[in-house]
Design a protein around this ligand. Structure first.
Ligand code: B12
Length: 847
């Protein structure tokens, strides 16, 4: 893809960052491919921080890579210095000589096409003869040109991509030539030819695309556009699409170059009178109102249709028949895009001699955005901020009340000479009045005042105040017991120091005033109690260190050996799995030279169930002391499927052994395999691995056990497994980029997984690890890291709620993961996160 792009664009150089390993193979393959395609004049520049070692840099540069920049280069030259160095070596005009390319254009060799266009652009004198031949040849050309223009940011490139995709499906044999023109900046003369970025359909041998810069100010088209079109006509493409940069009045220039024209705008054109100023509404054959999901889209559609009628003197026609279409190009199989595509093709057939009669089938639906978050809920982040501020405000007001009550209480104590008794309703007035002698009236007044003020105190907060001493005492007891998911857990509250001093694990503040106590309980509190500032559970888990055994390199056996090595003899196995980039991007670790070097590099390669079985073999995945985390996102549902099935098949294996069914099962497997080789664990089984999970390599439990037995084992296993799958697709979009599906589709998959978790009682496994780490590594400070991460978490909450899931059912399956650093804010990142999350979940979402 990279090499083809560079050739089509007649690029001078490719600049590439490679951090994932496999750079030696990758860069050399790129070089070889360029050479093979006769394009080794294209220079390759690269970088990859410390990942590319100095001796590798030398080796790559000896091979022919122009320059690999190292971190030392970064330090010595600075980023700008490196860019300047790259540009200096790559900035020369191409196309200074032609060698008969014009004569072979109809072979559609991208290199020849690209070169003739460059010559026309950079060396008109050199290209003169070739262009003359081309012009002569084109006199009989019937290739239609579709011109597309419109306002900047209207989504033209995505729309062109969607039109191209439909064309390629509609006409399985036909080809597209595409020219995209981007504006040159007047100040620097440079242009970012970025129209390719949103295009996916063009990665087809039936498409040639070339970007051009306008090279002149205030104009939508490059001077050389007509020559580029001529070149593509001579190359005998079946349709030519010309997309322009769209800057105001010069839009109409496109009409000179096109047979059919399309104007692309958005609903946000301002007042209807603004439409008077759009020249293209006089001339365009068709109009698309893209981003039709924006507010006011239907009004815009009506206004533009009316304007079109006015401009074209179609007063007596039905407005509905005007060629104005609402589209959402960013949406898969958008009905509006389908209608637009069909209308364009019909228009091309009507206006030109081409044989492009479309058989594309369309429905009568209108473009309607399928929202992940319902439009009525888009203010959720503001609502959460309002909710949490309201909580703080109420808390402060309650603290005031509590402090007042404490003042009265202390006064009473002083007047009566004894501490008044407290009960559920307030002060036990009997006990106090009976003691009061000379000051009866005053005491009565105080009690009355106490009762009056107390009306403003939430009964829950009164319990907090009156329960404080008990709470303090509970942490003074030697053992604290609490329940987690119905299981009673007992934990020692103190550790003993060298001098036999008892050090409390949880030390409560020595407050006496009720306001202080209440503030602390409402905003901090002990671990395990709302708002969970100090932690989710009353105490840290015992018998399990808060460490993970992190591994991932090579194939599953190698990583399995490493997992056993790092966890040998430890009671808890907390396996954390890093996958290689091939797995992260959902690719098949096949004989593909572009990914070959990355397989098993900086992560383990897992591409099927058997790989997962080998990876975790010898660890009982259903054991409460085993927990597995998987750093996987794009293909998370698939890898989770591998993991769950590996766990189920382990339990099937234990069942088989327990019931002495080995022979029977072996013969069933032998029958299934009919003498073919079975998958196996390669190499020696390491110390600590008892082979659990390897019996059913190549088959699954349901193939060898009765259905009811298998279903029982499955249901039990998946409700027992412990761990986390990262799966946070929003942060992928924002920071890490291992996206393999659209964000919408990936979110739906996440929702499906969560629904499955609820239906199947999967309580000990987190369906997502909402990740701040990646956001931090992409440049966020601790504050913005937390803000983005929590926002992502709340987005999942809103989305799952919109699918009808119960917050109390999916809430426990959500987990978070943050990055740490040396700024003091990091020291409190978890506390702040828990506090914000808890207040929102409880008070906004009713959890
Ligand atoms: C930040 C980071 C991330 C972030 C990236 C966020 C983002 N949006 O940019 C996140 C968290 C997403 C990430 C993820 C992963 N990462 Co990472 N990551 C890093 C880290 C810490 C810093 C890289 C960086 O940006 N440095 C800052 C840049 C500006 O400096 P530089 O790298 O030194 O580059 C200089 C020059 O080389 C030059 N340069 C670089 N490229 C180019 C290109 C051109 C054309 C030019 C002119 C110059 C140039 O300019 C730079 C300025 O001086 C490195 C470790 C490290 N300290 O290098 C690991 C590291 C690269 N990651 C690594 C790994 C394994 C991963 C994952 C595969 C982990 C996993 N298994 O899930 C994933 C892969 C994600 C993916 N999409 O493929 C490994 C790679 C190991 C290997 N190849 O053997 C590293 C080395 C960490 C490690 N030691 O384990 N990572």
């Amino acid at each position: 893809e990279v090499v083809n792009t560079a050739i089509q664009e007649d690029a001078n150089a490719i600049a590439m960052t490679s951090y994932q390993g496999g750079h030696n193979e990758y860069f050399k393959y790129m070089y070889d491919l360029l050479k093979e395609k006769g394009a080794d004049h294209i220079k390759i520049f690269g970088g990859g921080g410390g990942v590319i070692l100095p001796e590798e840099i030398k080796d790559l540069m000896d091979y022919g890579i122009t320059r690999i920049y190292s971190p030392d280069d970064g330090r010595a030259m600075g980023l700008q210095g490196m860019i300047n160095d790259l540009v200096k070596q790559a900035d020369f005009p191409v196309g200074d000589s032609l060698n008969g390319e014009a004569k072979v254009l109809n072979k559609k060799d991208p290199k020849a096409i690209a070169r003739v266009i460059s010559a026309a652009e950079n060396f008109p004198e050199v290209a003169k003869d070739a262009l003359e031949t081309i012009h002569k040849k084109n006199k009989t050309s019937k290739t239609p040109v579709l011109g597309i223009t419109g306002t900047g940011g209207a989504g033209k490139s995505s729309l062109v991509d969607e039109l191209g995709r439909r064309f390629l499906i509609d006409f399985p044999e036909k080809t597209i030539g595409l020219i995209s023109v981007d504006p040159s900046k007047r100040k620097t003369g440079g242009a970012l030819l970025g129209d390719r970025i949103p295009m996916n359909a063009i990665n087809s041998p039936r498409v040639y695309m070339r970007s051009l810069a306008t090279r002149q100010s205030n104009l939508a088209l490059s001077k050389y556009v007509s020559e580029a079109i001529e070149v593509l006509k001579a190359a005998e493409y079946d349709i030519i699409i010309l997309e322009t940069s769209g800057i105001g009045q010069s839009d109409t220039e496109i009409l000179e170059h096109s047979d059919v024209s399309l104007y692309v705008m958005t609903p946000e054109f301002g007042a209807a009178t603004q439409l008077e100023k759009i020249d293209m509404l006089d001339f365009a054959d068709l109009v698309a109102i893209n981003k039709f999901d924006k507010r006011g889209a239907l009004d815009a559609l009506r206004d533009v249709k009316k304007q079109y009628m006015r401009n074209h003197n179609l007063w007596h026609e039905d407005p509905e028949t005007m060629p104005v279409f609402g589209t959402i190009a960013s949406q898969f199989n958008d009905p509006g895009m389908n209608t637009l595509y069909k209308a364009i093709m019909d228009k091309i057939v009507e206006k030109t001699d081409s044989d492009l009669k479309s058989t594309f089938e369309i429905s009568k639906e209108m473009s309607e955005k399928i929202f992940v978050i319902p439009p009525a809920r888009t203010r959720y982040l503001s609502e959460i901020a309002e909710n949490n501020r309201a909580y703080d405000k109420t808390a402060n007001a309650q603290v005031e009340v509590a402090q007042k009550l404490y003042g009265i209480f202390k006064t009473l104590e002083s007047v009566v000479g004894e501490t008044p008794k407290l009960d559920k309703s307030g002060i036990d007035s009997e006990s106090v009045s009976s003691r009061a002698t000379d000051n009866k009236d005053f005491v009565k007044l105080l009690i009355g005042e106490f009762d009056r003020v107390k009306l403003d105190l939430d009964p829950y907060n009164w319990e907090v105040i009156t329960g404080w001493d008990d709470k303090v005492n509970r942490y003074k007891e030697p053992v604290y017991s609490f329940k987690v998911r119905g299981k009673e857990i007992k934990i020692e509250t103190h550790t003993e120091s060298l001098s036999h001093t008892q050090i409390p694990k949880v030390a409560l503040p020595k407050y006496e005033a009720w306001g202080d106590i209440l503030r602390w309980c409402l905003q901090e509190n002990v671990p395990g109690e709302f708002p969970f500032t100090a932690g989710l559970y009353p105490f840290k888990r015992q018998g399990e260190d808060p460490t993970r055994m992190f591994a991932g390199e090579g194939g599953p056996e190698r990583t399995n050996r490493r997992f056993h090595y790092v966890s040998l003899g430890l009671p808890a196995k907390r396996l954390s799995t890093a996958f290689d980039s091939v797995t992260l991007y959902g690719n098949d670790p096949d004989y593909r030279p572009d990914i070959y070097g990355k397989i098993g590099n900086a992560g383990v390669s897992i591409c099927c169930l058997d790989d997962a079985k080998k990876l975790y073999s010898g660890f009982n995945l259903a054991d409460p002391m085993t927990s597995v985390s998987m750093t996987i996102n794009g293909p998370a549902p698939m890898l989770l499927g591998f993991f769950m099935n590996a766990a189920i098949d382990q339990q099937c294996e234990l069942y088989i052994k327990e019931h002495g069914l080995e022979k029977e099962v072996e013969s069933k497997i032998a029958k299934l395999y009919k003498g073919k080789d079975r998958p196996q664990y390669h190499g020696d089984i390491p110390e600590g691995n008892d082979g659990l999970g390897l019996m059913l390599l190549g088959v699954t439990g349901d193939q060898v056990l009765p259905k009811d037995v298998y279903e029982d084992i499955k249901a039990k296993t998946i409700s027992q497994v412990r761990g986390t799958v990262q799966a946070d697709i929003l942060k992928e979009d924002q920071a890490q980029n291992t996206c393999i599906f659209s964000t919408e589709f990936a979110l739906r998959l996440m929702g499906d997984v969560q629904e499955y978790f609820i239906q199947n009682n999967i309580r000990n496994f987190y369906s997502v690890s909402i990740s701040g780490y990646h956001i931090a590594e992409a440049g966020a400070n601790p504050i913005s890291q937390l803000a983005f991460t929590l926002a992502n978490g709340f987005t999942y909450v809103e989305y799952y709620l919109s699918r009808g899931m119960d917050i109390n059912k999916f809430g426990p399956n959500l987990s978070f993961f943050f990055s740490n650093g040396i700024d003091p804010e990091y020291a409190v990142i978890g506390r702040v996160a828990r506090k914000i999350w808890a207040k929102a979940l409880k008070h906004k979402y009713g959890a």
